[in-house]
Design a protein around this ligand. Structure first.
Ligand code: 3PG
Ligand code: MG
Length: 349
């Protein structure tokens, strides 16, 4: 993969630098509920400060604001406070939510000119938004000398390792509910893998008719629930013989053992999508078993997608994963083999 030129090669001393980060973080009661993306964005900001930038002007979208009430709900203020607490340098400024400007998502050149005004250099570090062709991710790159931030480059290098030659066996674990979004990625990536394990809702969708041109490994047993509820009656049944009206909300103990054994034998592992409704303790064990197995792998392990990332944190094994991607849609589009517009807009090194 060709990499865009790095911020490390930019001369920023005495300059005003516009940085596009992905600070689209979950909020709860007016506070940042998970600051993973903020922490991941700090190295680039700190590098620019160390190298003598006069001003580091950060911009990001937050949520998908549409109505007037959304402007209060998605105001950038809590993020601005979290950044200020983390960096504590008055050369840093955080602009208001880019999506409050109607032009942003249309890649309107007028909004791009507004963002670029008074800036000398543009750094895109927003990997999580790199699949969006918006004013702040693409438009400004045409107006200012553009560079890639450290996080963006790390994401491309690490996820890129799954696109090039991989150490084998290469195993993919896929699950989750957004089945349609993931079929295309799996078709591209799964054909390269030695083994593809499928659990969760996706397993049920492909059980009777597989859309893939390769063999897949499906669960053999499931935790069946009498209804879609956290406190539903449960019983372990065979995957093929779910009683009428019951729902498979987790993979069963036999499947957990089988999946863990296969993961342990792999040299490269990519995991996206939970094995069940892990938000409910009665149906969490399958997803946590996969999280632990992926973490125990001494091969190269990559986890992408919001739910799986949350599961590795909840299972307490995040430190043992080789690469946890900050991008959901962006990582899937990259692995699908698509060009990311936010990356393509930056000159190569
Ligand atoms: C994300 O959270 O996936 C990114 O920040 C992109 O957000 P979007 O899907 O609203 O464009
Ligand atoms: Mg490991």
């Amino acid at each position: 993969m060709h990499l865009p030129r790095s911020v490390e090669t930019a001369d920023v001393a005495g300059k005003t630098v516009l940085v596009r980060s992905d600070l689209n973080v979950p909020l709860e009661d007016g506070r940042v509920a998970d600051d993973t993306r903020i922490r991941a964005s700090l190295p680039t900001i700190e590098l620019l400060l160390e190298r003598g930038a006069t001003e580091v002007r950060i911009c990001s979208h937050l949520g998908r604001p549409k109505t007037a009430e959304d402007r209060a709900r998605y105001a950038i203020e809590p993020v601005r406070r979290a950044v200020a607490d983390a960096v504590g340098d008055d050369r840093v400024r955080v602009l208001e939510n880019t999506r409050f400007a109607a032009g942003e998502t249309k890649n309107d050149p007028a909004f791009a000119r507004e963002l670029a005004a008074g800036c000398d250099v543009y750094v895109n570090d927003a990997f999580g938004s790199a699949h969006r062709a918006h004013s702040s991710t693409v438009g400004v790159a045409e107006l200012l000398p553009a560079y890639a931030g450290l996080l963006l480059l790390d994401e491309l290098r690490n996820l890129g390792r799954l696109l090039g030659e991989v150490e084998r066996p290469f195993l993919i674990v896929a699950g989750g509910a957004k089945v349609d979004d993931k079929i295309a990625v799996l078709q591209n990536l799964g054909a390269k893998a030695d083994e593809v394990l499928i659990g969760g809702k996706m397993a049920e969708d492909v059980r009777d008719e597989s859309p893939f041109g390769f063999d897949i490994v499906l669960p053999t047993d499931v935790v069946a629930a009498s209804s879609f509820a956290a406190d539903a009656e449960t019983r372990v049944t065979s995957f093929d013989e779910l009683p009428g009206g019951w729902l498979g909300l987790d993979v069963g103990p036999e499947t957990r053992e089988d999946f863990a054994r296969r993961v342990a034998a792999a040299r490269t592992v990519f995991w996206n999508g939970p094995m069940g409704v892990f938000e409910w303790p009665a149906f969490a064990e399958g997803t946590f078993a996969v999280a632990r197995a992926v973490a125990e792998s001494d091969g190269f392990s990559v986890v992408g997608g919001g739910d799986s990332v949350r599961a590795v944190h909840e299972a307490g094994v995040a430190d043992s994963i080789s690469w946890i991607s900050t991008g959901g849609g962006a990582s899937l589009e990259l692995l699908e083999g698509k060009d990311l517009p936010g990356v393509a807009a930056i000159p190569e090194c």
